[in-house]
Design a protein around this ligand. Structure first.
Ligand code: TRP
Length: 449
């Protein structure tokens, strides 16, 4: 059963993503001072995160990109990504935010104009209120960034209908605009590695688990569009650098020589060129060197006219459960706290929320509560409690029956009221500053519906 990013239900069982699709788990202790969602287990999975960790720790350039689908109102679930975005920004990322107006147009029936208006009022201004800074930041609309659309088109050369059907469950009646949405997202993620936007470098995409099909698709395409591909040699130890595509002998020789000199200067001395097979043998390399080689050959590849894409890295967060126990949904106001909710009404929602409490007080005192099922505890973890000790303490006292739901609800409602009041005050003080964040490379007139 493919995961469908456009109708993501609660993804309870993400273990199968790890098992079937090779996602890795995210280590909540892997770095210092990470935001709550990263250090408390809400971010559960990752691909290629070590590239990002290294870049941050060594102060090397890297890009961070995320996308927002402007549909409905921004709620605390969306804030989980923004907390990460702001953390990456504080750690030197080139920050990109894609407003997925084309995706909203194709999959949700919004006009492009309406999607953009909504993005600005509901999302972008809130991001700024939450602390996103203009430094090294570009917020852009899919529909007005030609590099994104052009890349979507060129990447499409190596995609066919069968693949898309398999990944996304598209059928013969799916509209072509919808079919293009994943390619546009590929364009979003990879365009930040074009020369114009900073060139090939590690790129982190923090997303919800439902977005993994897009990430895998993008990683495959990044690889498919490389000139050099790295594979184990057959029948002998070592790795091979292979040329994909048809090249004349001269061109192939030039490409292999280029790779050879790059690898030599990186300490791989034991190399043999095999021109008829369009192959360079790296005798002393093992499977552990594969990513390394691919990265070493990125810049030489650009010099030879290729893309040199790094496979994009990603982290995946679980979804917050809804306040009423089921799914959180923009169309059901009681299931979520929206950033634009009246703070007192939001507080009241928290007091009505579904918790991990027992049937009776007596039972709860005896058996303890179930914080892992509790929507209030989840808000503490992800949004309302700064200190790890305090969260642990709440967990323990709930489990052993000391802490009752009324106390937690009261605390949650007070903190929510305070949080929303703060965000809304900041948001209402934003006038034209948002313009500093929007970077459009060709603002063409766009028509809606
Ligand atoms: N598809 C994403 C969503 O439904 C939005 C999105 C568009 C996105 N482009 C992206 C997310 C690039 C991450 C990276 O929310």
């Amino acid at each position: 059963m493919p995961i469908n990013p456009w109708s993501s239900e609660n993804i309870e069982d993400y273990q199968h993503l790890m098992d079937e699709f090779g996602m890795r788990s995210f280590d909540p202790t892997c770095m210092e001072d990470m935001p709550r969602v990263m250090r408390r287990g809400t971010v559960v999975g990752q691909r290629g995160f070590s590239l990002i960790k290294d870049a941050i720790e060594m102060g090397n350039p890297y890009a961070m990109l995320t996308g927002l689908m402007p549909s409905g109102r921004m709620h605390l679930g969306h804030k989980m990504v923004i907390d990460q975005v702001i953390w990456y920004q504080r750690h030197g990322s080139d920050t990109f935010v894609s407003v997925a107006d084309m995706e909203a147009f194709a999959t949700r029936g919004y006009s492009l104009d309406r999607a953009r208006q909504l993005a600005l009022e509901e999302y972008i201004k809130n991001y700024i209120a939450l602390g996103l800074k203009p430094k090294k930041t570009q917020i852009y609309f899919q529909s007005t960034r030609s590099s994104v659309k052009d890349l979507a088109y060129t990447m499409g050369k190596k995609v066919n209908g069968t693949q898309l059907k398999e990944i996304y469950g598209f059928t013969d009646t799916t509209s072509i605009a919808h079919i293009m949405a994943p390619l546009i997202q590929v364009g979003d993620i990879l365009h930040v590695q074009l020369e114009k936007y900073g060139g090939p470098r590690p790129t982190i995409v923090p997303v919800g688990l439902d977005q993994d099909p897009h990430i895998r698709f993008t990683r495959d395409l990044a690889q498919a569009h490389r000139i050099y591909s790295i594979k184990p040699l057959t029948g002998e130890p070592g790795l091979g650098v292979f040329l994909k595509g048809d090249y004349t002998d001269d061109k192939a020789d030039a490409l292999l020589k280029k790779a050879m000199s790059a690898l030599k200067s990186n300490g791989y001395e034991d190399l043999t060129e095999n021109l008829p097979y369009r192959q360079l043998k790296v005798h002393a390399a093992t499977e552990w060197d594969m990513d390394n080689l691919s990265i070493m050959l990125s810049q030489p590849e650009v010099e030879m006219g290729g893309y040199g894409f790094y496979p994009p890295s990603a982290t995946y967060h679980k979804f917050m459960r809804g306040l009423t126990g089921g799914k959180m949904s923009s169309s059901k106001p009681d299931t979520a706290i929206f950033l634009s909710d009246n703070p007192r009404e939001a507080a009241a929602k928290a007091r009505r929320a579904f918790t991990g409490g027992r049937q009776t007080l007596a039972e709860q005192k005896e058996k303890g509560g179930e914080p892992e099922k509790c929507s209030i505890f989840e808000m503490f973890v992800n949004h309302l409690v700064d200190s790890d000790e305090e969260v642990n303490d709440i967990y323990d006292r709930c489990r052993n029956g000391e802490l009752m739901c009324g106390t937690c609800k009261k605390m949650a409602s007070e903190r929510i009221e305070e949080l929303l009041t703060g965000i809304q005050e900041k948001k209402s003080s934003i006038e034209d500053e948002w313009k500093d964040y929007i970077v459009d490379d060709n603002c063409t007139e766009q028509r809606g519906d």
